[in-house]
Ligand binder design. Structure first.
Ligand code: RIB
Ligand code: CA
Length: 336
């Protein structure tokens, strides 16, 4: 497997934490150039602190720089004030609190700092300096940072090999009937990135992540690995199981989707994603009931569907996913 240069764009978060851990445990597959943070699950102050904690857990603070990103939506501060948008006072999406908490309490407060440079300017600088087609972006929070980077410097677009994005939903929403959190929090940013002309943009939406859920037995399997890293992941999954029991139905009782690491595993083994469609997607930015919906033009076999601008995975292989995460975490024996 060719080693990819990757940038994770995160709103850490319980599942972002597991995605970062997964990527950092696969150095033969991923050279993580840096991690950029964004407002999302919580305000960017918190998501940055959480990211620093996870990087320290992995002992990578000297190798993987963290850059603080956008604190508000791409288009409108007013839109960013609507109920449920994460704020600097720490308040955020109420239904998300139990799933993520404010901070990753499984890890101690960080003792190192993020870089002085802002995430957006670092993205522009790093991508501009890169060879064409050489960097993979893994955004697992709202697309605010990447939308700004593209707006400031569209010449970054050909530098990107592909974008593997956790977000969107075909038949499932989690912030509204049709809105998925990462898109709903900043739909205009998602629309900008989707239509910026990137070589390949893949949605890993809720339809895929809800098929690839983890249950209590899976968490126990992870705990049995017996390393501090595996213990953190097992505890995060259990926290999510408790959170989901009061938030959203999962296919099995005592189970939780673990959304974000599915993007990382999909880059290692694309067959973990199922029913991948090449489709046109529009994002509803209208402010009505469908606000933030990812409208994939795959209904009714229409011959006049618009030209595809993305791939979307409508399912996932739960067994492959869980086994992959367990096997990767077993490597924490070697390093941590
Ligand atoms: O809708 C799920 C997504 O929203 C995940 O990325 C989660 O971490 C939150 O950002
Ligand atoms: Ca996330």
């Amino acid at each position: 497997m060719e080693r990819r240069k990757v940038i994770l764009d995160v709103d850490t978060g319980s599942d972002d934490s597991i995605a970062i851990i997964t990527a950092l445990l696969c150095p033969e597959a991923f050279e993580v150039l840096g991690i950029t943070t964004v407002n999302g699950n919580r305000c960017v102050d918190y998501t940055t602190e959480n990211t620093l904690r996870i990087v320290e857990l992995m002992g990578m603070e000297d190798k993987v720089p963290v850059f603080r990103g956008c604190a508000s939506t791409y288009v409108s501060i007013m839109l960013g004030r609507r109920p449920g948008y994460p704020r600097r006072d720490g308040s955020g999406p109420a239904n998300n609190a139990a799933v993520h908490g404010d901070f990753i309490d499984q890890c101690p407060p960080s003792h190192h700092k993020e870089q002085r440079q802002n995430a957006v300017s670092w993205l522009v600088e790093t991508l501009l300096a890169a060879e064409d087609d050489s960097i993979t972006l893994i955004p697992i929070g709202p697309l605010t940072n990447i939308a700004h980077a593209v707006a400031i410097e569209p010449r970054i677009v050909p530098k990107v090999h592909e974008i593997m994005f956790m977000g969107g939903g075909w038949k499932i929403g989690n912030k509204s009937a049709v809105g998925e959190m990462n898109v709903w929090l900043d739909p205009e940013a998602a629309q900008v990135v989707l239509n910026a002309g990137f070589r390949k943009f893949t949605f890993v939406p809720l339809d895929a992540t809800h098929e690839a859920y983890f249950n209590a037995a899976d968490a126990a399997r992870i705990r049995a690995i017996g390393t501090p890293v595996a213990e953190v992941v097992a505890s995060l999954i259990e926290q999510r199981i408790t959170g989901y029991s009061t938030w959203q139905k999962v296919a099995e009782e005592n189970a939780t989707p673990v959304h974000d690491p599915l993007c990382v595993v999909a880059l290692l083994d694309p067959s973990v994603l199922k029913e991948v469609e090449h489709a046109h997607c529009e994002i509803d930015c209208g402010g009505g009931a469908a606000y933030g919906q990812t409208i994939f033009d795959i209904r009714n076999g229409r011959m006049d569907a618009l030209a595809p601008n993305c791939y979307v995975a409508l399912g996932a292989d739960r067994k492959k996913y869980v086994d992959a995460i367990v096997n990767i975490l077993a490597r924490s024996n070697e390093q941590h």
